[in-house]
Design a binder for this molecule. Structure first.
Ligand code: SF4
Length: 274
């Protein structure tokens, strides 16, 4: 609990982004968990070692990181405008995008257009890009994260995750379970529904045959928090082993890994799948 309280105080005083916050914790070797850490160590232990222990960034920075980040910042601006009573305006949002990403590609612009056209209407915007720290039981370190969007209608809360990519990949329940748990604790929410808004990178909205935007409600049950904490506990044990040994077997699908260009074990990870 002491770790949680210290981290929560630190986050409350933090003026940078949640990304900068977690990078600072990584540099200082402060124990914490996050959805990104869990999925990283599940994907490949060696990737975890590179990213969170050796603090190496993938080079070159993948295009989808840059585009996804610019998109998220632009959509955050859309919902901040809505809280001020300013309606969604595609052209104003494209200006915001160009300030974040000076030469955006047409697919990012199209995703922003779709976000404006499909903005949630008739909800109270409670939080936009809201960072959080959650205390966890069972001797686990606190969990750090950020909720893309929190809405409320009447007594019902809604958590929304925005995803971008070449195709719709669906949601990982863990992320939404963490969001829901935060909203339950922070806002004493009795009912909280979870949604994933997915945007496909497309170059021309007029010629697509399949939708480029999809909104999906993710059904979460009462037992999901227990299952989530088991998954967090497994990841924590694995992380501790990696930190202790400073080495690990490489078992990832290298063709999907942003480190594949520079990782010395890339071929080992790749061959293990063939
Ligand atoms: S390239 Fe392969 S082995 Fe290397 S970190 Fe990525 S998944 Fe692991």
């Amino acid at each position: 609990m002491a770790d949680y309280e210290a981290l929560a105080r630190r986050l409350a005083d933090w003026s940078g982004t949640i990304g900068e916050f977690s990078q600072t914790l990584d540099r200082e070797k402060v124990p914490y968990l996050s959805f990104s850490k869990v999925t990283c160590v599940e994907f490949c232990g060696y990737r975890y070692l590179l990213e969170y222990v050796k603090l190496q960034r993938p080079r070159p920075e993948p295009d989808y990181f840059v585009k996804g980040q610019a998109f998220h910042e632009t959509v955050a601006s859309l919902y901040r405008d809505l809280t001020q009573g300013r309606p969604a305006d595609e052209n104003a949002l494209l200006d915001v995008l160009r300030r974040t990403l000076p030469h955006p590609t047409i697919d990012v612009e199209n995703a922003v257009r779709l976000a404006a056209r499909n903005a949630y209407q008739g909800f109270e915007v409670i939080g936009v890009e809201e960072p959080f720290v959650l205390s966890l039981d069972g001797g686990l370190p606190p969990c750090v994260g950020v909720v893309d969007l929190i809405l409320r209608r009447g007594k019902t809360f809604f958590v929304v995750d925005h995803k971008t990519g070449k195709k719709f990949n669906g949601a990982d329940d863990l992320q939404l379970v963490l969001y829901r748990e935060y909203v339950r604790r922070q806002y004493q929410a009795v009912r909280c529904l979870a949604f994933v808004d997915e945007y496909r990178w497309v170059p021309n909205l007029a010629t697509i045959r399949k939708p480029a935007f999809q909104r999906t409600r993710i059904p979460l049950g009462r037992t999901d928090w227990r299952l989530a904490t088991r998954r967090l506990a497994w990841a924590h044990r694995r992380i501790q082993e990696i930190q202790k040994n400073q080495d690990v077997w490489a078992l990832g699908e290298c063709y999907m890994c942003p480190y594949r260009g520079t990782c010395p074990k890339a071929s080992v990870g790749y061959s293990s799948y063939w």
